[in-house]
Design a protein around this ligand. Sequence first.
Ligand code: ADP
Ligand code: MG
Length: 762
Amino acid sequence: PVHRTAEVQAARMKLPILAEEQAIVEAINENPVVILAGETGSGKTTQVPQFLYEAGYAANGKIIGVTEPRRVAATSMANRVAEEMNLHDGQVGYQIRFEGNVKDNTRIKFMTDGVLLKAIQKDFLLNNYSVVIIDEAHERSVYSDILLGLLSRIVMLRQKRGNPLKMVIMSATLRVEDFTDNQRLFKTKPVVIQVEARQFPVSVHFNKRTAFEDYVDESYRKVCKIHRQLPDGGILVFLTGQQEVNALCRKLRQTFPGVKKTGESKPDEDMEKVLSKIKAKKQNMKKRSKKEVDQRVKINLDHYSALPLQEQEQDHDESLGDLVDSDQELDINDESEALSQSQTAPPLWVLPLYSLLPSYRQQKVFAAPPEGSRLCVVATNVAETSLTIPNVRYVVDTGRVKTKFFDKVTGVSAFHVTWTSQAAANQRAGRAGRTGPGHCYRLYSSAVFNDEFEKFSLPDIARRPIDDLVLQMKSMDIEKVIHFPFPTPPDIQQLYAAERRLLLLNALEPPPRNIRLKRKISQEWTSKITPLGRAMAAYPLAPRYAKMLLLSQQHDLLQLSITLVAALSVQELVLDQPADSEPGDTHRRWLGQRRSWAGTGQSLFLGDPMVLVRAVGAAEYSGDIEAFCSTNGIRSKALREVRKLRVQLTNETNLIIPSGTTPIVVDPRMAPPTELQAKQLRQILMAGLPDHVARRIAPNEIKEAEDRRKYKYAYRCPEMEDPVFLNPSSILRYSHPEWIVYQDIYEHDDKIYLRGITAIEP
Ligand code: ADP
Ligand code: MG
């Protein structure tokens, strides 16, 4: 029996889902799969696990599992449920990537979807679980989607063995048909329970003018106005990331100055730590004899090692930039600082909310603000459906969301701020109507909403190349990926292309010769993963870049190749010379600089990637980065991104490299590659780009005399019918070698260009 406090009991009674307890438990008792759709805040996440606990699903040592696409939801909801049930002995726990408080006696386990995926890799039937709840299924994260497919099969297998597993899919009230009307996923249509929520009317106010660039400023003005002029009630602001959230919090507190200031965290101390680490690493490297390095010239393509597969989850609202934000975050540990006052308005209780905020600070949004003050939560889209903040009456919606985009050619990802979908904007507006009638202020016009916003956000799986996904599934020994019951299947051509590329990378076993000749690889043959593929699957990178980093564990190449992969991953680090115009002085200077970076011999063979690595190093050495970048045609914003990526990739690498290896550190001022290292990097690049090979078109292949000049820089690529051309800024235009590998292909003025060129043959 559960002993809840009177206070908790009273709060629960207000939740609409409580009236449905019996219906929900009966439906789950009687059906293998139940879909529960309900308005955000109706009590799904906090209450359904408790219903199941009280209905006996935690008996006989079995676990009630709940998956969340976001880490913040997993930790916060586990704490809340433990609190509500008055169970503080570990019976309610959470597990996220590298952190958790799960014990042997844990009966209700909240986890990220990636954690459950890994659990399935260990025990396919999930025998310890009596029920698995896939929460926030409407978010359509790639891992949740895969879990739906896997669980639909596991449920059938467990049923056959007389040890049934229940599956509960919980979602906000949108697009439930994707799950119900999908015969491949569920042969018999699952039971759907709709939870009616008390939703009060929300008046939506569009801006006449859309805030395009300055939406953070605009949200600031709106909050000030609401706070000064409108009656009581909490304010919830939607921004796109941690930096914006912190900036707005800071500004609001300046406007409504606080009672007292406390010390900000000390940046100098951190810097000191970083520097001493770098020093230690350098000394370590010096110890190895130079001779030893010289002997290890060749890159051994079979040399790689990694720990067993790690979970790779992503949080939708966190970008790499946020993870390594150098901006000192506002310290509001001291409660009095969050409370800001001014003569003209009552105090404003300003709280940030984003995934990476420590959970004790996240919890603050649920508590009532101090007497006489107004709550203002500045959030990323975690507040859209994952967390319900009480007593919000005003929503300020910038209409933006930060999304991960993928380069189709390279598979490299980047975060961009775009318009959110109409469905998401309506979810945001709904946050104002939980406890009474409310208002939503949209900082964009109704025309923009109608014409520019998509109706629904695309599921993640439809938005990106799936090489990494195929590799993940193969690493779980799901060989026929094509037959997998996806809620929304990926495009079949996309799937074949992914398999082909993985084969070329030696991540998959090659098919027998007779099948290879028919060129219908994926239809008749299902490739198994290779040991190299398994190691690659441990990296949160496009497989080709993962392979490059794995091979770089030899010869102390990791620092360099991390910089290389980071520089290749950022768009237009080094600006192109305009193809059309006469090169002016500036461009001539840029070209001169690039030629000197490209060097001679091995360095020049490495080509454009060499220029990138040296551009990064030179800029970091320069002292005045902005000035250096503008004189040398480097995009300083891109350079900052490279720096952040290097930190991220270094951290990831340290998690993957075998124990006993000295962890690597990021030294921004890295020395340029030696001749030897340039040669090794070239071998590593070729190992990662086996499908990106091109051959120069020889003069005798061109018939017309006048065509000869036109085809001076023309190459043949396997996948392209027409010739492709060396990018006008490529350093290898000077030598245009016969065989090259390239990073990507792009189109400009009806001409196709290759970019990021390295010579295969000197
Ligand atoms: P749903 O999953 O249907 O969106 P939830 O179960 O997350 O709903 O939320 C139900 C209620 O519990 C909401 O009113 C929310 O504000 C409240 N709640 C959730 N977490 C906490 C917490 N840590 N402290 C106080 N209240 C909370
Ligand atoms: Mg929920």
